[in-house]
Design a protein around this ligand. Structure first.
Ligand code: SAH
Length: 224
């Protein structure tokens, strides 16, 4: 998979991809994440990418031309499955959407800033809009990193134990069961006996029951 992230603040997006699972995914050649500084595509001499809003009002608006030039340049090099604008009023990110995106080959994530992008970008240049939740961030960078993280860890080979993503919360519409590690007893607080029994079938059954119980308690709406 190849992900291009377009931003005016490259540093804000780079760090999540330079550690741990996301770093290893790139080292293994499973995914490439390319952070593109939109200012490279600015056409005026001050390299600005935003301007005042027509009609007045507070807040700057990201101009269409640098974004158009940037996307056109990227499209000349590869074909994209989706060109995604990060937006609080977009389709809400959930595990099903992450699963869907993990099957794509090439994606662009466009990060807005200030008041957002000129509406014509949304009308003509992108294919989809994603929100990470009903709250407003100051920029799309953190949201793009969230989307990329949720998607990349689902690609086979990224997590060392391949089944591990499948047992996470929201796969199969269930919440993950509780997990424990050594010591088996701490300050008198014990790990459930079944997990120490070495009985694989019983452990699987217990985990499934726990998942169901947790889902009933915490997220009953998932159990349609
Ligand atoms: N004026 C806009 C908010 C702009 S916030 C509005 O009221 O809808 C600035 C940028 O942050 C947006 O362009 C978008 O790229 C990003 N952003 C903010 N909140 C987000 C969210 N919940 N999900 C995804 N991106 C978000």
């Amino acid at each position: 998979m190849h992900i291009d992230i377009i931003t005016t603040l490259p540093k804000l997006v780079e760090s999540p991809f330079s550690d741990s699972i996301l770093k290893r995914a790139q080292a293994k050649g499973i995914v490439t994440v390319n952070v593109i500084d939109l200012r490279q595509y600015a056409t005026n001499k001050h390299r600005t990418t935003d301007d005042y809003a027509f009609g007045g009002g507070a807040g700057m608006v990201m101009m269409i031309e640098p974004i158009d030039n940037c996307i056109a340049d990227l499209k000349s090099k590869r074909e994209y499955d989706d060109i995604i604008y990060m937006s609080p009023d977009g389709q809400r990110l959930n595990q099903a959407l992450a699963n869907e995106l993990s099957l794509k080959k090439n994606l662009i994530l466009l990060c807005g800033h200030y008041k957002g992008v000129d509406e014509r970008v949304r009308e003509h240049l992108i294919t989809r809009e994603i929100s990470i939740g009903d709250y407003v961030l100051s920029g799309g960078e953190l949201a793009a990193a969230v989307v990329a993280d949720a998607v990349i860890r689902l690609i086979p080979g990224v997590l060392s134990d391949e089944t591990s993503a499948l047992s996470d919360s929201f796969q199969d519409d269930l919440i993950a069961p509780p997990v424990y590690t050594r010591p088996a007893e701490y300050k008198g607080w014990k790990v459930p006996d079944v997990l120490l029994s070495g009985h694989a079938t019983k452990i699987d059954e217990w985990r499934h029951e726990q998942s169901l119980e947790r889902t009933r308690q915490r997220r009953p709406e998932l159990l349609k």
